[in-house]
Structure formats: structure tokens, C-alpha cells
Design a binder for this molecule. Structure first.
Ligand SMILES: [Zn+2]
Length: 338
């Protein structure tokens, strides 16, 4: 079903399309430059030059690895929510809070009506897409996660904050589609935080995407999926991206009870581990997916963004992922030819 949607959008992807979740590590000189820029010891222009150089490096790396759907690598972003809040009207920057592990970010505060006033992601998307003939995903942070990872000092409750944000995220999506994006990933890592709020998270997603033509992927990591499944299937998107590499989650049992009705992006690389998976491990993880869903509804990617790994670790893990995918594709081709 979704294959037809891809075809309608002019996208011809191989069996088991491969992609990544969004972020890649920043090369050391860019990390250093960002720290300098933060204390005004580097011009915006110089930082911009390094961000573009790093983005181009990651585009070429993805092409060399032969990934099908590329990302810009988010070399210009710190935190995924703060990045959006910085450009949306109605937010103030708050104090430092811990997100996960030893990572800290300035938790934004909603202090007035949120309003989209200018494109946030479009310029980077356009610039990156111009570097390559392969499709580049548009990347948005979803309204539920922006709401959940912000303080709310303005709206009467979480639902109204979330729905107000959804109307503004839709404007960003419209700008992205107008620029030419055909595959858009909407990051909602906070989705499983409060299962009782899934209803309005779904409502918000309708507000974002309804009537706008693209192939939509929702990335939901940190998941306790069993608490929001099968309700998760109500999201009006084509593809759900779930981390399975190190979860004990038994997809088979879950999907046997409530059939999975969408395309599935299978996270097959543990982004929190230094160890590189073997191609065999990756292939085995893909087969966990093909055991429960037709192969033409499965995409393959890492569990989450790779920004916490080094450049070399990321490259090695993705090379293993691609070798695993090629093995499964070859086996499928051989089976079809029999
Ligand atoms: Zn993630």
C-alpha cells in the first residue's frame, strides 16, 4: 500500500530501503568551533562554513555506504527541541536540565502564544538535497515532544499546548514540501512517556499532516511500545520507526495479537554501544522483522541518531548494517528466482 504512495511521489526505492534516524556525530573541529561560537570567539560565518563542510562530508559518506534515503546529519543542531523553540515565537530559553545520560540542554519555556514566523529546517534541507541525487528526508520534531520537553507557562494544559504547536509545525511542513521534500520524518521520542495522552498526540499529528502529500515516518525511540500499542497505529503516517536492536521486545507476539498495519522501520544498530554489530547480527534482526511483516513493508535503519558515537564508529556500524541488508536482499532475490 505504502509502496504505491512512494511510487506516486516518484520515489523508486529498493527492497528494504535503508536510511538513518537523523543525527551524525560532529567532527572534532566542529565541536570545538561550536564551543568557541558560544563564547563569541568565532564568527557565525566561520561556524556556518564548518557546518556545511561537515554536512557535505556526511552526504558523501552516506552515498559511499550506499544508503537509499539520506539525512543532513544535523551538524548545525544541538538539541532537537531547543532548535525548534529557538525559532518559534512564544518560547524563552530556560535553565539547564538533564535529558539522558550526561547530556544537558536548555529546556525551553512556553511564555506566550506559539507562532511559526520563518522556516526552521528548510534551508538546510534544500542545501543538502542540492548535493545529491538521492532523496533527503525532511526532519521535524513533533508537537507532542516539543510540548513534553518544554515548560509550559502559558497554555492551560498539555493538550492545548500540543495542539497549538501542531498548527505551527504544519506551517514548517508546508514550507518543506514546497521546497521539494517527499519523505518527512517526524521525531516523537516522547510518545510513550504518558500513554494516556496518546489520543491527543494522534490528534496533533492529524493537524500536522492531513492533506499534505508526502511519505511520513514517525520516529519513536526510548520506547515502552507495549504501553502504546496498538494505539500507535492510529498515527496518520505511513511508517513507524521502532528501535529493536537491544530491546527484548517480542514484535512477533505483539503483532500476532494486533496486526501491524504500516510500514516498519526496523532499528537494527544499538546507538549506545561502542561495539560494531556484525553483518550477521544485522541480518538476524532484519529477519525478526520479515518473520512478522512482508519484506516490502520494511525499512532498515539504526535505533536512533548516531550523534553519541564517533565518526569512525558510525561509519563502521552503518557499513555492517548495509552488509546485513545486502545479504537479506540477495537471499530474497535468490528465493524469488527459484
Ligand atoms: Zn531516537
Amino acid at each position: 500500500m505504502s509502496r504505491r504512495k512512494l511510487a506516486d511521489l516518484g520515489l523508486d526505492l529498493p527492497l528494504l530501503p535503508t536510511s538513518t534516524v537523523g543525527s551524525f556525530p560532529k567532527p572534532p573541529e566542529l565541536v570545538e568551533a561550536r564551543a568557541k561560537a558560544a563564547r563569541n570567539a568565532l564568527t557565525r560565518g566561520e561556524l556556518d562554513r564548518l557546518e556545511r563542510r561537515a554536512t557535505e562530508f556526511w552526504v558523501r559518506t552516506q552515498e559511499e555506504l550506499d544508503l537509499d534515503v539520506l539525512v543532513d546529519g544535523e551538524q548545525y543542531r544541538g538539541d532537537m527541541v531547543a532548535y525548534f523553540a529557538a525559532t518559534l515565537e512564544g518560547f524563552a530559553s530556560g535553565g539547564l536540565v538533564r535529558s539522558y545520560g550526561n547530556r544537558y540542554y536548555h529546556k525551553p519555556v512556553i511564555v506566550g502564544p506559539v507562532r511559526w514566523k520563518a522556516p526552521i529546517t528548510v534551508e538546510w534541507w534544500r542545501w543538502t538535497q542540492a548535493l545529491t541525487g538521492r532523496p533527503v528526508k525532511g526532519m521535524l520534531t513533533g508537537p507532542y515532544t516539543i510540548m513534553d520537553w518544554s515548560f509550559n507557562d502559558y497554555y492551560p494544559d498539555r493538550r492545548s499546548a500540543c495542539l497549538a504547536l501542531a498548527r505551527e509545525v504544519r506551517k514548517e511542513l508546508e514550507a518543506l514540501l514546497e521546497a521539494g521534500a517527499r519523505i518527512v520524518q517526524i521525531d516523537e521520542p516522547a510518545l510513550s512517556v504518558r500513554p494516556e495522552e496518546l489520543g491527543f498526540a494522534v490528534e496533533a499529528m492529524h493537524t500536522v499532516v492531513d492533506g499534505l502529500p508526502a511519505y511520513y515516518i514517525v520516529h519513536a525511540c526510548f520506547g515502552a511500545f507495549e504501553t502504546i500499542y496498538p494505539g500507535l497505529l492510529d498515527l496518520p503516517v505511513e511508517n513507524l520507526d521502532l528501535a529493536i536492536s537491544h530491546s527484548a521486545l517480542d514484535l512477533l507476539a505483539m503483532f500476532e495479537k494486533d496486526p501491524f498495519t504500516k510500514d516498519l522501520s526496523l532499528g537494527v544498530l544499538d546507538v549506545h554501544s561502542h561495539a560494531t554489530e556484525s553483518p550477521d547480527e544485522v541480518a538476524a534482526r532484519i529477519r525478526r522483522g520479515t518473520a512478522v511483516l512482508p519484506a516490502d513493508r520494511i525499512w532498515v535503519d539504526p535505533d536512533c541518531g548516531l550523534k553519541t558515537r564517533t565518526v569512525e564508529e558510525s561509519r563502521a556500524k552503518l557499513a555492517a548494517m548495509m552488509a546485513g541488508v545486502r545479504a537479506v536482499r540477495a537471499a530474497a532475490a535468490a528465493a524469488a528466482g527459484r
